[in-house]
Write a protein that binds this ligand. Structure first.
Ligand SMILES: CC(C)(COP(=O)(O)OP(=O)(O)OC[C@H]1O[C@@H](n2cnc3c(N)ncnc32)[C@H](O)[C@@H]1OP(=O)(O)O)[C@@H](O)C(=O)NCCC(=O)NCCS
Length: 196
């Protein structure tokens, strides 16, 4: 299935969720230069530079329409701040088995303000209704309990532990695997419970 880029634009009360643009590089750099991100995200360089942000945007532009292992990187843009405050992705989109991986990252300044739910509710609605996927899964470092909790609030269930799955910063890390099935995703209820 070819992903229709024109359908990737969602507007909520505070946010615009859209594809990344080259001009987002300075916001991405500002967002991800804190050490906390490389601690929690595999393969994220530290120190993080503007070049890393530019390369990230370039790499993700081609990811969307490749036949093998496509993925979508969404920019989370705050209307009030007039900047990209974070990102979320649907990776390893597998149309045959109707599943994909979810990942996300917000600039620290915007944690705890429900932006991530506002963005992800639209992204997951798109994944289930437009891409017609059946399952979204996520892998979280076992020490990243904040991330695990935010997924659980969105309805994800812990389904397993991937022991010593990643060699990160010179040690093996266990990962929790969580997933969310289409029939469990209650958009309206979540919106009411998480955002009102
Ligand atoms: C993951 C992320 C997107 C979540 O967004 P957020 O705005 O911080 O999420 P929230 O604050 O709404 O939710 C986190 C929940 O975890 C809770 N929490 C925080 N630290 C916790 C801990 N050590 N143990 C358990 N729960 C914890 C918070 O209290 C909150 O729950 P509550 O609303 O019921 O109080 C954001 O923290 C982030 O970008 N982190 C860095 C990148 C990252 O780790 N990405 C995920 C990689 S898998």
């Amino acid at each position: 299935m070819q992903i229709d880029k024109s359908k990737i634009y969602f507007e909520t009360d505070r946010l615009i969720i859209r594809l990344l643009k080259p001009s987002d590089a300075s916001d991405i750099f500002e967002n991800y230069k804190d050490k906390v991100y490389s601690k929690n995200i595999p393969n994220l360089p530290y120190p993080y530079t503007l070049k890393h942000a530019n390369d990230f945007i370039k790499k993700n532009k081609s990811k969307i329409n490749r036949k093998k292992d496509p993925g979508i990187e969404f920019a989370i843009f705050s209307k009030e701040e007039n900047r990209v405050i974070g990102g979320a992705s649907l990776n390893h989109i597998d149309f045959k088995n109707k599943k994909c991986e979810s990942a996300s990252c917000l600039s620290k300044k915007y944690w705890g303000k429900k932006y991530i739910y506002e963005a992800k509710l639209e992204i997951y609605k798109y994944a289930f209704n437009i891409l017609k996927l059946n399952k979204i899964y996520a892998d979280v470092f076992t020490y990243n309990l904040r991330s695990k909790k935010h997924l659980e609030k969105l309805g994800f269930k812990e389904v397993g532990l991937k022991r010593k799955d990643i060699f990160h910063k010179n040690k093996f890390i266990d990962l929790y695997r969580l997933d969310l099935l289409k029939e469990e995703f209650k958009y309206k209820d979540l919106k009411k419970n998480l955002l009102s």
